[in-house]
Design a protein around this ligand. Structure first.
Ligand code: HEC
Length: 262
């Protein structure tokens, strides 16, 4: 019995002993790099409030340069449960009609001349590059005096797009470190490796609010690329419910039929 008590105490103390073992010391100067390439948008296409906010964000901050040439305002309003009053107040640009496609007023040639590259139509961007990519793109602008726009981007290095959300996010600075690697013949090559951001110029939004802003915007682009997706998820719930009820009914019916046979 004594032995058992001793053993039990020993086991109880085991975690303590382990906890006291010194943690493997990480080299102090090796800061852990932010894994931005694995950031996930985490947007929900069934979240209508988020889609509405995303539509407002898009019209306010993106439609000046980008089109959604396969989407009509009226269809967006219908899908996102935006009424006529809200549509004309918040979304419809002056001079546009409900039935119009969402086309930017920026002419292709002007875009090319001003940015060196015309802003692409964004109807299918989340389908071609993924919603996580667009999320990463909008979050990884950083100051770079060497570019014409004054900013660069981790997801699309050398991008021609200015940081149009800098009022909201602020302008973050990229912190890089030089890594040296030895080639096969012993020559040393140096390259810049991204570590993290610091944000000396804060914007109007907190980091969490900015994430939310970007998530909503990406959600709207996700919807725009496949307007049926939101409906399909809606419908899926009803189909499942119907099948459940139907199974119940079929079972009752079967019992009813077989009662006389047995
Ligand atoms: C002032 C004009 C302008 C505005 C406003 C603007 N963009 Fe852009 N955008 C561009 C240009 C120019 C490019 C082309 C960049 C390139 O290919 O380097 C671009 C490219 C993109 C791309 C494609 C990136 C790729 O990998 O090809 C995405 C996504 C994008 N913009 C999203 C947005 C979103 C979302 C907004 C609104 C928050 C927005 N843009 C607002 C000018 C603009």
């Amino acid at each position: 019995m004594r032995k058992f008590a001793l053993l039990a105490t020993a086991f109880a103390l085991l975690p303590l002993a382990q906890a006291q073992e010194p943690a493997a010391a990480a080299p102090a100067e090796e800061a852990v790099a932010i894994d931005w390439a694995h950031w996930q948008a985490g947007n929900e296409i069934g979240n209508t409030a988020s889609l509405q906010r995303g539509a407002r964000n898009f019209m306010g901050y993106c439609a000046g340069c980008h089109s959604l040439k396969y989407n009509r305002y009226s269809r967006v309003a219908e899908d996102l449960k935006i009424n006529d009053g809200q549509l004309s107040e918040y979304l419809l640009p002056a001079g546009s009609r409900k039935a119009d496609y969402i086309i930017t007023s920026l002419a292709y040639e002007d875009g090319e001349a001003w940015f060196g590259k015309a802003p692409p139509d964004l109807s299918l961007i989340t389908r071609s590059k993924g919603s996580d990519y667009v999320y990463q793109f909008l979050k990884t602008f950083y100051a770079d005096p060497a570019t014409p726009t004054g900013v660069n981007n981790l997801a699309l290095p050398g991008t021609a797009m200015p940081h149009v959300l800098s009022d909201l996010q602020g302008v973050q600075r990229g912190v890089f470190r030089t890594v040296e690697s030895k080639g096969a013949s012993g020559e040393i090559t140096r390259s810049e490796e991204f570590v993290n951001f610091d944000n000396p110029v804060p914007g109007q939004l907190t980091a969490a609010q900015y994430d939310e802003f970007v998530r909503d915007t990406v959600n709207f682009l996700d919807y725009a690329g496949e307007p049926y997706k939101a409906k399909r998820i809606d419908l899926g719930i009803w189909v499942t419910l119907f099948l459940l009820v139907f199974t119940g009914l079929a079972y009752l019916l079967k019992k009813e039929y077989w009662r006389d046979v047995k």
